[in-house]
Ligand binder design. Structure first.
Ligand SMILES: Cc1cc2nc3c(=O)[nH]c(=O)nc-3n(C[C@H](O)[C@H](O)[C@H](O)COP(=O)(O)O)c2cc1C
Length: 310
């Protein structure tokens, strides 16, 4: 018997495979392709307090071994999510993670408050829809001229502290590889009472159209994801795992069961899969099956046996 299960701050996952925010919608479309309850969890599309139309112009661009995206957090807003998506999430049997963004601390806090309040009501009625909040601190801080909250540790501290004070739901902070000091950022999250950290979000990157003599993206830069970033993501997950005692959810370029084991050996409690969903629409399902077979071949009976052995 192979035990794929894992636990992130009291939230039980049947396996470590979580679908990454922004690459899986809220699960409905992929749910038409396979039973997504086979997965460990899903992180929904990043939400902001108010609906967002996202960026103009080209939004995604394929690169060697990866992709650039400049979606600009198009989303229906927290209230519409709670009203329209949670009835579906109530019926799911996997870890349901809300990914929350915001351009001001006030927006972050109000978004978290709405999610918390809604959860309290649903839980009392035995209709839980949200198991965890993943706080995306890579959003631009509009009051500080647009630099992302996730760059400087002390700027991010205030957001983490205020969200922690707003909700008792399990709280994971999603870290940016563009942070000045990603290890320091993770330690700060632990100090402020976060239940875990997830990393990494996309790298700030660029593509130029030489004929038009301009960036492909209206916003100039875009986020790089996919296999191209995996070695760097793995190194960051390893460094962060050694510096904190809270669970670390690893991601960045995962496309195979071998990749998953690498992240677990680097110290990850669980992993997320993003870009690979666009390569293989049934990628999540396949990775779970492949992981079990690979562990059997490698004579690994539980993930605890190999977690953090590097
Ligand atoms: C099209 C696209 C949209 C994304 N949207 C979000 C988002 O809304 N919130 C977030 O925290 N991360 C978002 N991400 C980042 C992913 O969740 C993930 O951190 C990153 O892509 C690295 O994993 P991967 O290499 O497996 O894709 C997005 C990524 C892509 C490719």
């Amino acid at each position: 018997m192979i035990d794929l299960s894992c636990n992130i701050s009291g939230v039980h996952l049947r396996n470590p495979v979580i679908m990454a925010s922004g690459t899986f919608g809220f699960g409905k479309e992929y749910g038409a392709l396979y039973d997504i309850n086979q997965l460990g969890g899903i992180s929904g599309k990043g939400l902001t307090l108010y609906p967002k139309d996202g960026n103009d112009g080209i939004r995604v661009y394929e690169t060697p071994s990866g992709m650039l995206n400049s979606v600009g957090l198009e989303n229906p807003g927290v209230a519409a999510f709670l009203r329209d998506e949670c009835p579906h999430w109530e019926k799911l049997d996997l870890a349901r993670i809300v990914n929350l963004g915001g351009n001001t601390i006030e927006d972050y806090v109000e978004g978290a408050r709405l999610i918390h309040e809604d959860s309290t009501v649903r839980m009392a009625a035995g209709r839980q829809a949200v198991d965890m909040i993943e706080l995306n601190i890579s959003c631009p801080n509009v009051k500080a001229g647009g630099m992302a909250y996730g760059i400087q540790t002390e700027t991010a501290r205030e957001v983490v502290r205020q969200i922690r004070a707003t909700t008792s739901l399990p709280l994971v902070i999603k870290l940016s590889p563009n942070a000045e000091d990603i290890v320091g950022m993770a330690v700060m999250c632990q100090e402020e009472g976060a239940d875990g950290v997830s990393l990494i979000n996309t790298f700030s990157a660029m593509k130029i159209d030489i004929r038009k003599r301009r960036s492909v993206f209206d916003n100039l830069y875009a986020g790089l994801s996919g296999p191209a970033i995996k070695p760097i993501a793995l190194r960051m997950v390893h460094q962060v795992s050694r510096a904190v005692t809270i669970p670390v959810i690893g991601m960045g370029g995962i496309c195979s069961a071998e990749d998953i084991l690498e992240f677990i050996m680097a110290g990850a409690a669980a992993i997320q899969v993003g870009t690979y969903n666009f390569v293989n629409l049934r990628g999540g399902q396949q990775l779970v099956q492949d992981l079990e077979q690979l562990m059997e071949r490698e004579k690994i009976t539980s993930l605890d046996e190999i977690r953090g052995i590097i």
